[in-house]
Design a protein around this ligand. Structure first.
Ligand SMILES: [Zn+2]
Length: 470
């Protein structure tokens, strides 16, 4: 029996279980480091399969490792399960309709991400038991991907030190192996302390912290002209000092997210932003406190593992959808702008016509590494162990991430099909790694070269601890 036949059979028999898990996580959208219900549900599901659990990884209560087997190689599957705030949305609807006003929602499909990786890990466990293959299988329950860099904290704690390779994926509008790097980043609070006073009666006695925040932002906006094109500086004012204009604001805070293609470049930019903040404090007579929230590195894709994953993906073949599923996706697409849809077709020239609601193909693998405009904490894992990840169709083509439209599709049969599809791809990639030990040797060599003599340096300083969103 071929491995594909085996896993297809296994997932067909157990498919209700996987959609129950991903739907449960969708129903309990929890944000960074507070994913108690989701983490517990995943832990229980994999524990029932005979995996042993280690909780509280890297100081995060919702981070865990589930392990089965012993000895080498150690194959890791990475599963995320956190949601986003403000994205509550009714499932299956093609108009915006929050279930809870300002509630959380799975706007990045992580309910599927964790479940697909879990299904692959459990499938592989049953396969190696049946075939008596020595290895260790791990499922990493990875919290706080959205703005938390949970995996970076896990890597810093040494949770991946003995791992031989890591496999993961992301829900998407297309199906492809991700041969991309990603932007490294750092997220930092700048807190200004001034002096309150009556804004009309004694403004000369006050020192405005809000002025400092505004001047810092203006300074950073000027700085933007003089940084490399691929770098990004974003900010949010997280405390404006209160709601009263007749009070000189004695405290204000702004949160910065600085991104660039390499960790070193991020750190250089961070120093320049710090100077801008110091300048703002000097101009306003306020005191400045700088507090790092989190950071992550740039992603290093493993070409060797990617090629194995591409082979697996082609073997599995593209997901096929029904007329009803296509109609739902079409209805979702009517809510996108023309620009959004146009962007989605750019990498798909020749593969789809302009009226494609669901991507039913496999993108060809390109060995040239491209740069994705976002960041991911999978990056830090990729510095310490060869890592491969893919996209699999789980939603209408062109669906932007972090939107109500993605939440609306998170419990659909399209999403469920994609989750099973990726479980097959991750499983087959892992099975290939077990059958061809030279793949890991090659991938490890490749990574050593990419990382260089300096090795991995965690971008989060030791004293910074994971913190829930505020
Ligand atoms: Zn995501």
């Amino acid at each position: 029996m071929s491995n594909l036949y085996w896993i297809t059979d296994y997932l067909e028999e157990t498919k209700a279980k996987w959609s129950t898990i991903s739907d449960y996580i969708w129903d309990h959208p929890e944000t960074r480091f507070e994913e108690y219900a989701s983490a517990a549900y995943l832990r229980t599901a994999i524990q029932e399969e005979g995996f042993s659990i280690t909780e509280n990884i890297g100081g995060m209560e919702t981070a865990f490792i589930a392990e089965y087997g012993s000895g080498k190689p150690i194959i890791a599957f990475l599963g995320e399960f956190d949601a986003l705030s403000g994205l509550s949305q009714e499932a299956g609807k093609t108009i915006q309709n929050p279930l809870v006003q300002n509630g959380n929602g799975h706007g990045c499909g992580h309910n599927l991400l964790g479940t697909g990786a879990l299904a692959a890990a459990v499938g592989l466990k049953n396969f190696v038991v049946e075939n008596n293959i020595p290895c260790t299988i791990r499922f990493y329950g990875c919290p706080g991907e959205e703005g938390g860099s949970g995996k970076t904290f896990m890597v810093r704690a040494g949770a991946f030190d003995d791992v031989d390779c890591a496999l993961t994926w992301h829900p998407s509008g297309i199906t492809s192996v991700m041969n991309t790097s990603s932007l490294a980043n750092i997220q930092v609070y700048f807190r200004f302390k001034g002096k309150s006073s009556h804004a009309a009666g004694s403004p000369h006695l006050g020192r405005s912290a809000l002025d400092a925040v505004e001047l810092m932002n203006i300074g950073s906006n000027y700085l933007r002209e003089h940084i490399i094109d691929q770098a990004r500086i974003h900010y949010a004012i997280t405390n404006s000092g209160g709601l009263s204009p007749n009070v000189v604001q004695g405290f204000a805070e702004v949160l910065y997210l600085i991104r660039a293609p390499q960790t070193d470049t991020v750190m250089e930019l961070f120093e320049r932003v710090k100077d801008v903040a110091r300048g703002a404090a000097l101009m306003t007579g306020t005191e400045l406190e700088i507090v790092i929230d989190k950071a992550c590195s740039n992603y290093i894709p493993s070409n060797t593992l990617n090629l194995a994953m591409q082979e697996a993906m082609l073997e599995v073949g593209p997901t096929k959808f029904t007329g009803e599923e296509k109609q739902f996706a079409k209805d979702i697409q009517t809510t996108f702008s023309t620009e959004e849809l146009n962007e989605a077709y750019i990498p798909l020239i020749g593969l789809t016509d302009r009226n494609t609601p669901l991507f039913e193909d496999v993108l060809a693998y390109d060995e040239t590494v491209s740069l994705m405009s976002g960041s991911t904490d999978v990056a830090d894992v990729s510095w310490v162990t060869p890592t491969a990840q893919c996209n699999v169709t789980t939603c209408a083509l062109g669906t932007p991430f972090h939107t109500w439209q993605l939440v609306a599709q998170g419990k659909s049969s399209i999403a469920h099909k994609g989750t099973l599809q990726v479980a097959k791809i991750l499983f087959l990639t892992a099975a290939k790694v077990l059958e061809e030990p030279e793949l890991l040797l090659k991938a490890t060599d490749e990574l050593k070269q990419a990382v260089g003599d300096r090795g991995y340096v965690c971008p989060i300083p030791d004293e910074v601890q994971p913190a829930a969103a505020r």
